[in-house]
Design a protein. Sequence first.
Length: 102
Amino acid sequence: MEHNVYLYILVMAAVTYAIRMLPLVLIRREITNPFIRSFLYYVPYVTLAVMTFPAILGETGSVWSAWAALITGIVLAWRGESLLKVSVCACLTVFVLELFLV
């Protein structure tokens, strides 16, 4: 069974374009519903969390260093630190724990 890569790419491009184009065509006025506005506000954050959470726990050499980095990141983010500082501190947590404890 031969797979046509170009067909897959074409279908993927069409679906991606449709997902981005349809809201622009179908919704002509400003969204005033508070529930929908709130839902749309949190979509980027939830998407980022869903994509990164499994990688955080699965890409380190030890599950303990992964949990420590996750907790470090949550605490720093909760305190309002910048994304760069949260990322660097989480990475340093993994580095130090795996360097000295594993």
